[in-house]
Design a binder for this molecule. Structure first.
Ligand code: PLP
Length: 397
């Protein structure tokens, strides 16, 4: 194994578990393999990226097919790139009519940046509101709206005119007013440890935004593409946002993101200045081809419908484990909360020894994430649950 000192990627995980990272040589389905032939179970999916599993043949074939045609051609509307057109059409057909115009970018953070700029242009306002313990990305605008001081403090000054409210606090919605350009929210907070919205909270938020003319932006970067049991989480939450931000699983393993709104809204980015938002690689044809194929896999293999059942199997069994305090779950995305005295870093290493890869949340010290590829089969689920139980029950707490 080569030295990995030259890589400076903090997104490999939290320092408590990356002292001894595994070097992955190949991956297939729910399995990650290292140089020594060990097979690890991927219960993270690259943080909700690999929803269709690793190297799904349909996705790989689409990538290869596009590679043989072209990669980058030209941006700024000089050419139409057919993978983009096909994907935008497909997404629009799956979304409500008010979300029919797609701006492709490269990542989640970029999708947030684009959405924030769009909200400013549409409303002519500058105020931006988001929620405590929300993660929205590492770029300056996304960081300004991120809801945890630990990641922001060192980088101030950030964007002015921003404020974070408490998630699920109905009274604080009063802070949204006629100076507010937009409210950015993860409708289910992921990095906070899978925090679900209380009944009526998102509806009250929608109503308040409508009253004062603020735009509602949903960050579905981690939630989208089947993870929560519907293609997009908002479908089961009963509230349609003005702008939706997508990334992660969108690219089927390739880098891709998007912010999506109505055509009228998007038009505001085309005047004063004419190039209101531009990107060289956003919507790369190979990523779009992979994305379309991944979407087909999710739909054709009925993975979205199965996510809730698969998630419930993990939930039912893990609830019986002694030190498990509670489980919060959305589809096949679980936050397993342990008693506060359980040393979580040590537990994660123990699970890794048992060939199970799980990880911690950014903003919850006592919980770990379970979010395997949605392709995990019934048989694999049974095996993985058994491995988990065995590992958790042999850990010296
Ligand atoms: N929003 C949410 C909810 C996320 O989980 C993430 C990444 O973890 C982002 C935004 C940022 O996405 P990216 O890392 O692709 O910039």
């Amino acid at each position: 194994m080569l030295s990995n000192r030259q890589i400076f990627q903090m997104n490999m995980g939290l320092p408590s578990v990356v002292n001894d990272p595994i070097e992955i040589t190949h991956a297939k389905g729910i399995y990650l393999y290292d140089d020594d032939g060990n097979a690890y179970i991927d219960l993270v999916s690259g943080v909700s990226v690999s929803n269709t599993g690793h190297l799904h043949p349909h996705v790989v074939a689409a990538i290869k097919n596009q590679l043989d045609r072209y990669m980058h051609t030209m941006v700024y509307g000089k050419f139409v790139q057919s993978p983009q057109t096909l994907l935008a059409n497909k997404l629009a057909s799956l979304l409500p009519a008010s979300l029919d115009s797609v701006f492709f970018v490269n990542s989640g953070s970029e999708a947030i940046e684009g959405a924030l700029k769009l909200a400013k242009r549409i409303t002519g306002r500058t105020g931006m509101i988001s929620f405590k313990n929300a993660y929205h990305g590492g770029t300056a605008g996304a960081l300004s709206l991120l809801g945890h001081e630990s990641l922001k403090q060192a980088f101030r000054p950030l964007l002015p005119d921003t404020r974070q409210l408490e998630f699920n606090n109905f009274e604080q919605l009063e802070a949204i007013n006629c100076h507010t350009a937009c409210v950015l929210i993860e409708p289910i907070q992921a990095e906070a440890g899978i925090i679900l919205p209380e009944k009526g909270f998102l509806k009250a938020l929608r109503q308040r935004c409508d009253e004062v003319g603020a735009l509602l932006i949903f960050d579905e970067i981690q939630l989208g593409f089947g993870r929560t049991g519907s293609l997009f989480a908002f479908e089961q939450l009963g509230v349609v946002p003005d702008i939706i931000c997508l990334a992660k699983a969108m690219g089927g393993g390739m880098p891709l993101g998007a912010f999506i709104s109505s055509r009228n809204n998007m038009q505001t980015l085309t005047s004063r200045p004419e190039l209101g938002h531009i990107t060289t690689f956003g919507g790369h044809p190979v990523s779009c081809a992979a994305s379309l194929a991944a979407l087909e896999v999710l739909i054709n293999e009925k993975l979205i419908e199965q996510a809730d059942y698969k998630g419930s199997r993990f939930e039912d069994v893990l609830l019986s484990v002694d030190r498990v305090k509670s489980i919060r779950r959305a589809g096949l995305m679980l936050g397993v909360e342990l008693d506060a005295e359980v040393p979580i870093g040590k537990l994660l290493k123990h699970l890794q020894k048992h060939k199970l890869i799980v990880d911690q949340f950014l903003f919850h010290e006592h919980a770990f994430r379970i979010a395997p590829p949605l392709t995990i089969s019934e048989k694999e689920t049974t095996e993985v649950i058994e491995m988990l139980l065995n590992a958790l029950n042999t850990f010296e707490y």
